[in-house]
Design a protein around this ligand. Structure first.
Ligand SMILES: *Cc1c(COP(=O)(O)O)cnc(C)c1O
Length: 230
């Protein structure tokens, strides 16, 4: 069912439409509306747009670049300390420390080196680690980051046994030209096998399907904020 969105709607109005759609989809999947967290993806959006969403009650926001988040968010976080920030993009190891200071949730743990570096900061400096998703490259696409489906089991084991990392769940971005349901189902299967409670899946084009299929976190940008600014 297409979302009832139009260009003349305010961010608050668009948020209300998206929230309703998330709630209906969760219920269609036999789960309470509150079981799906809406992460408003504010990459490229100016602080004013973010503040409009905060005024409309939005708490969780996603950014994909550490530098952009470092430019925009410290001031916003000071003003709105209850807001939570989610990292959705690739994280370079040399930005890890900075990212840990900015983000409450990492959706993109995607390689052993990063897992090792996180564990080291925790052990050596007592850094408190964020709520963490492993990014799964479910479509095995060369241009996408993430752990390949065949390596998920061993990477999880390494995170848990070698590094004592708490992994909360799995995240994926399905290939644009494939049925996302197949990828969401794969993620559900891995989560069940490994007793993981959280699934980050679904974007503007497919968040209803994801919410119905078991997502606990949907990441929605353009449906809330309109087209990106750059
Ligand atoms: C940009 C982005 C989104 C949001 O995409 P929309 O199609 O604008 O909803 C979600 N997840 C990730 C990882 C992103 O980079």
């Amino acid at each position: 069912m297409p979302l009832a969105l139009s260009d003349d709607m305010t961010i608050a109005e668009r948020l209300a439409v998206v929230r309703d759609a998330v709630a209906s989809a969760a219920k269609a999947g036999g789960r309470p509306a509150e079981s799906v967290m809406l992460v408003a993806v504010s990459k490229t959006q100016p602080a004013e747009a973010i503040e409009e969403a905060i005024a409309a009650g939005q708490v969780d926001f996603g950014e994909n670049r550490v530098q952009e988040a470092a430019d925009k968010w410290p001031a916003l976080k000071e003003q709105y300390p209850h807001v939570r920030l989610h990292l959705l993009g690739n994280l370079q190891s040399n930005k890890l420390r900075q990212a840990l200071g900015l983000f409450d949730v990492f959706h993109t743990l995607d390689r052993p080196k990063l897992a090792r570096a996180m564990a080291r900061l925790r052990d050596d400096e007592g850094v408190v680690l964020p709520f963490c998703f492993i990014q799964v490259n479910s479509g095995e696409e060369d241009q996408k980051a993430g752990i390949g489906p065949r390596e998920v089991d061993s990477f999880l084991k390494e995170c848990r046994e070698d590094h004592a990392l708490t992994i909360e769940g799995l995240m994926c971005i399905p290939p644009v030209d494939e049925d996302p349901a197949l990828h969401f189902a794969l993620l559900c299967k891995f989560a069940e096998r490994h007793d993981l409670a959280s699934l980050s899946m679904g974007m503007s084009g497919d968040f209803e399907l994801a919410a119905e299929m078991g997502a606990t976190h949907v990441r929605v940008g353009t449906a809330i904020f309109g087209a990106r600014r750059f």
